[in-house]
Write a protein that binds this ligand. Sequence first.
Ligand code: ADE
Length: 231
Amino acid sequence: MRIDIVTIFPKMFSPVLNESIIRIAQAKGKVKFYLHDLRDYTPDKHRKVDDRVFGGGSGMLMRPEPLFNAVEAILSKTKKNKPKVILLSPQGKKLNQKICKAIAKEKQLVLLCGHYEGVDERIRKNLVDEEISIGDYVLTGGELAAMVLVDSVVRLLPGVLGDKNSLNFESFEGNLLEHPHYTRPANFRNMAVPEVLLSGDHKKIAAWRKEQALKRTKERRPDLLKKAALG
Ligand code: ADE
């Protein structure tokens, strides 16, 4: 996968992209990142990326020209694929595991990090394929949201995580949270691991895990359970 990120703060990304699984995914050749400073695509010498709102009102908006220029420059270099252009904004569709999986199937993403009071509506209508929010709260900009999206998508790319099962059995699969896990020691300060997990009876263990996953989901995320019943 190729991921182009358009931002006014490109330096924010290097600590995140160069650690842990994302760093390894790049080393394995599973993903390649291209960071673009939006100010390089401004037509004026002040490198201005924002402007006042027509009709009045407080705050500033992102101007259309730099974002259109940036996306067009990226597209002109990557004619083979039709990249998915995603705007990170609190007005977008709320990110979930299903959306991450769909995005992980793309060959190329262009992530646009919004700022200020938002973007000129023509960007939304004519440049962007999808608008994504990472939750019902407002960040100072789209950069952290872009990092969340990158992290959740890159780990799903084939060959990035060593153990395929770790993807099949994680939370949100089948709309359930994961069952509880334990590791050694079997008894830690008088807190014992449930007996069944030490029994070696794989059928019993599987049944216990299923029951615990249901119980946990019911207690913590009844909204997911409703989805599980429907699907
Ligand atoms: N930019 C500001 N807040 C955001 C959010 N919740 N999700 C995505 N982008 C944002």
